[in-house]
Every structure is written in structure tokens, then in C-alpha cells.
Write a protein that binds this ligand. Structure first.
Ligand code: 9WO
Length: 255
């Protein structure tokens, strides 16, 4: 899967390219990440990418032209990396996404289909924002990672890439773990335990040491259900249990 980030702080993305599972996915050629700096598309000596806002007000606004040229470069690179185009050479499955508090809120449900994109071009704003004309003409989707305002779109872009990359085939050590994580089945995660069996006087639930896989599966589901019902009633309301899960819920007196 191809990712391009448009950012005046490209070095931040070392967090994705140089560490952890995302770094391994890049090393294995499952993911390509290009960091494109709009400053490289300026024509003045000061490499200006921001200007005072028309109409006055605090701060600076990112200018449309350097961003437009950077996005155009990203689209070229996406095509070179095999992202599909239509008969008019327009990218078909590689949206330009602006990370913004005004965007649709990212959830595991919206992440799942993103793993089927050929690529994503992520526009990271700074200062007070981006010239509206650039957003209108070049941005396909706006995505928020939550109802708070940050100093830039780079961290949200990394959150989005991490959530998508971990869902790509064979990226996680055990494909199952990507599927079993919180939210995938609409529930919060169950508790996890590992060695030692005794920690500061606290032991491990016996069922997890029993080797009885059916009982372990039932215990883990009941834990998920209890946590979700107590902590996220909104998720619990929307959850549709299978026949087996309904039997387990009845036996555990959870409704
Ligand atoms: C700034 C702002 C202030 C008050 C109310 C809404 C606001 N939106 C923005 C905004 O979009 N700012 C741009 C991107 C430029 C400044 C840094 N940016 C940013 C993106 N801050 N916070 C985000 C963000 C992105 C995705 N999910 C959560 C926050």
C-alpha cells in the first residue's frame, strides 16, 4: 500500500518509518511511504508556504500553490507505485485526505475499508489552517482522530497510517491478532495476562491456565461483553451477538 504525506515537518514520520511493525512493513515492501515537503515547491528565496490571513485575524494560513504542487507530485508517485488510474489517468483508489478536527471521526469501522485502498495521500496542516480553495479543489476526504485541536495534522496522519497498516495482510505477526483486537467485533478487548503467574500477590485467572480452549474463549468473550457494557454502552447497544455468544451471555446473566 502506498502512502504519501504532505508536511512541512517530514522528519516527524520517522516514528512510522523507523520503528515497530510499520517500519517492518516498509522494509518488507508491503508499504511505501513518501514524505513530501511543500517548501520544495516554492519559488521565492524564503521558501514561503504561509501568509497572513485575508480579513485579518491571528496566525498564518498555508498557501494553496505549494500544497497543490506537492499533492500533484504525490499523485505522480502514487501512479508510479502502481495505484490504479481511470481512462483519464485520475487516481481511482488513492484519496487525498486532510487531517482536520472538522473531518469524519476515525473508527475501526472506517479503518477496515481503507486497507483496501491502493494508497492514501495525507495532507497535514499547520498554523491556523489551509487556504480553503486548496481544500475544495484537491481534498477528497477530511478525517478527524477526535474532538480536540492539535498543533498540526502530522500525529493524526501517523495514527491513521498505523491503524491501516496493521490491518494489511501478513503485517501483524499473527493475522488473527489484528482481527481479535478491540472494536473489530464491536467490543472492547478482554484482559491479557502473561508470565509470571504471580505478580505482587496477584494471580492469573485459573481458566487461562486450564488449557481448555472452549472455556477460555467463553471467559474472554464474557470479559469483553462486561467491559463493553460498563464502559461503552453505545458500543454495547449496537453489538449483535452470534447464537453461541447469546448462549454465553445468558449463562453469565448479561443482557
Ligand atoms: C484549528 C482549529 C481551531 C479551533 C477549531 C477548529 C480548528 N480546526 C483547526 C485546523 O484544522 N487546523 C489545521 C490542522 C491547521 C492547524 C493544525 N491542524 C490540526 C489538525 N489541528 N488539529 C488537527 C486534528 C486533525 C485530526 N484530528 C484531530 C485534530
Amino acid at each position: 500500500m502506498y502512502f504519501a504525506v504532505i508536511s512541512i515537518m517530514p522528519d516527524m514520520f520517522a516514528a512510522i518509518s523507523d520503528f515497530g511493525i510499520t517500519s517492518r512493513a516498509i522494509a518488507q515492501g508491503k508499504v511505501t511511504l513518501d514524505c513530501i515537503n511543500p517548501r520544495d515547491f516554492t519559488s521565492d528565496n524564503y521558501r514561503r508556504i504561509d501568509e497572513r490571513p485575508f480579513g485579518g485575524g491571528p496566525g498564518m494560513v498555508m498557501m494553496a500553490e505549494p500544497l497543490a504542487k506537492a499533492i500533484t507530485q504525490a499523485k505522480q508517485l502514487a501512479k508510479q507505485h502502481g495505484c490504479c488510474v481511470d481512462s483519464e489517468q485520475n487516481l481511482q483508489n488513492c484519496p487525498v485526505v486532510y487531517l482536520s478536527p472538522q473531518g469524519e471521526t476515525l473508527t475501526e469501522g472506517s479503518v477496515v475499508p481503507m486497507a483496501n485502498y491502493d494508497g492514501m495521500i495525507l495532507l497535514c496542516g499547520r498554523y491556523e489552517g489551509v487556504d480553503e480553495r486548496l481544500l475544495q479543489k484537491y481534498v477528497d476526504r477530511q478525517i478527524s482522530i477526535g474532538d480536540y485541536v492539535l498543533t498540526g495534522g502530522e500525529l493524526p496522519a501517523m495514527v491513521l497510517m498505523d491503524s491501516v497498516i496493521r490491518r494489511l495482510p501478513d503485517v501483524m505477526g499473527d493475522d488473527q491478532s489484528a482481527q481479535q483486537d478491540s472494536f473489530v467485533d464491536g467490543l472492547l478487548d478482554c484482559p491479557h495476562y502473561t508470565k509470571p503467574t504471580e505478580f505482587e500477590g496477584e494471580s492469573v485467572p485459573d481458566v487461562l491456565l486450564s488449557g481448555h480452549h472452549a472455556n477460555i474463549a467463553k471467559w474472554r468473550f464474557v470479559q469483553q461483553a462486561t467491559r463493553t457494557k460498563n464502559l461503552r454502552p453505545d458500543l454495547w447497544q449496537a453489538f449483535k451477538p452470534s447464537k453461541q455468544q447469546t448462549k454465553w451471555l445468558t449463562a453469565a446473566n448479561i443482557d
